[in-house]
Write a protein that binds this ligand. Structure first.
Ligand code: PLP
Length: 386
């Protein structure tokens, strides 16, 4: 039986068209994009073409796009770069408790250096409280970093309002948009953030390539220092093949946005509504303000790891949370921040779809999971149907 892959928030399969586009850059087009000879010029042209493609997807000017090694580096660069750039003005940063570890660890590193960080709580659906945000602002605040959509539960944040509040007070806004790029429109004209992080492998591009949008006029202290690559904003020889692949993936993602908004959302909703018919099942995340490809559910009286392994034995890949924290015995910091108790956090699964997900994939989960949940519950001591 064909495997079913519903862990697309961890990573996505590379689109064959992307791979085909990248291949020459591993063979005959191996030039260094900084070299002056024709090998270098062709590599440079390919990098700039990819930059244009990504800029088109996000409605930016290509000069506002810096290529990095991934979402993690983009988050580090944005947060630490802005904090250090404006440290004479203030040492206070605001973020949320449900950010990706790349943001949380960047903030923790700054705390070690003497910066102060406020971690906003979220409501039971994962949205930040705008009043709490305003109340947290001080005259030392230089940066607010709030993710566009959460990678575990898919909840989207009111970024436009956050930007309005921040900009009225001269504060910069960064957003981790890794889980929204290619899933919903992410336009830098309508989303007035100063900096935004992206990652290639979440939208059928290769791993190890990402980008940081830095709005024109926003000064940023470089995080990676060395040569004068990327207009002196990110040192290091460009990953030409990765950049080319990311550019192509961005172009394809743009074409598939309507499919994400209708067909993929429809598949996710069908999966969710049928699975929530299982007694003792609850949705984690906002029912409405959510990306179309993520659904996180808690199955009372189960263990997420047990469900995951049982599904895997039937050829179905899902996750218990973020890929970067799987293997850790700690319960999800995101689900705990929603106010879920530890037991319901333990019994949760994340299903994340992509434009390559089919109705048959969803049917397979719907056939297998209710049966698995029932079996696991019958083996445990604690579950009695509500
Ligand atoms: C929201 C979010 N931010 C950042 C990252 C890190 O991106 P990368 O794997 O490209 O370093 C991820 C990947 O899991 C993510 O989901």
């Amino acid at each position: 039986m064909n495997p079913v892959y519903l862990d697309n928030s961890a990573t996505t399969p590379v689109d064959p068209l992307v791979m085909e586009f990248m291949l020459p850059f591993f063979t005959r087009e191996f030039g260094n994009a900084s070299s002056i000879h024709s090998f270098g010029q062709r590599a440079r042209a390919a990098v700039e073409e990819a930059r244009e493609r990504l800029a088109r997807l996000i409605g930016a000017n290509s000069a506002e796009v810096i290529f990095t090694s991934g979402g993690t580096e983009s988050d580090n660069t944005a947060i630490r770069g802005i904090a250090h750039q404006f440290k004479e003005r203030g040492n206070h940063i605001i973020t949320t408790r449900i950010e990706h570890p790349a943001v949380l660890a960047s903030c923790a590193a700054l705390e070690q250096e003497g910066f102060q960080v406020t971690y906003l709580s979220v409501d039971s659906a994962g949205r930040v409280d705008l009043q709490q945000l305003v109340d947290s602002i001080t005259n030392k605040t230089t940066l607010i970093s709030v993710m566009h959509a959460n990678n575990e539960i898919g909840t989207m944040q009111p970024l436009e309002e956050i930007c309005t509040m921040a900009h009225a007070r001269g504060i910069r806004v960064h957003s981790d948009c890794v889980q929204t790029l290619g899933k919903v429109p992410v336009g830098m004209k309508t989303l007035p953030v100063d900096l935004a992080s992206f990652s290639g492998h979440k939208l059928h591009g290769p791993k190890g390539i990402g980008a940081l949008f830095v709005r024109k006029g926003v000064p940023l202290k470089p995080f990676m220092v060395g040569g004068s690559h990327e207009r002196k904003r990110r040192a290091g020889t460009e990953n030409v093949a990765g950049i080319v692949g990311f550019g192509k993936a961005a172009e394809l993602a743009q074409q598939h946005l309507p499919d994400m908004a209708t067909r993929v959302r429809g598949l996710r909703d069908r999966l969710q509504s049928r699975l929530t018919e299982i007694p003792g099942t609850a949705l984690n995340g906002h029912p409405e303000f959510r990306v179309p490809h993520i659904c996180n559910l808690s199955f009372e009286g189960t263990e997420g790891e047990g469900l995951l392994i049982s599904l895997d034995l039937e050829g179905i890949a899902v996750s218990t949370g973020a890929a970067c924290s799987s293997g850790s015995l700690e319960p999800s910091h995101v689900l705990l921040a929603l106010g879920r108790d530890r037991r319901s956090v333990q019994g949760s699964l994340r299903f994340s779809l992509s434009r390559m997900t089919t109705g048959q994939d969803v049917d397979r989960v719907l056939e297998a999971l209710p049966r698995i949940v029932q079996r696991i519950r019958s083996m445990g001591p604690s579950y009695s149907a509500p």
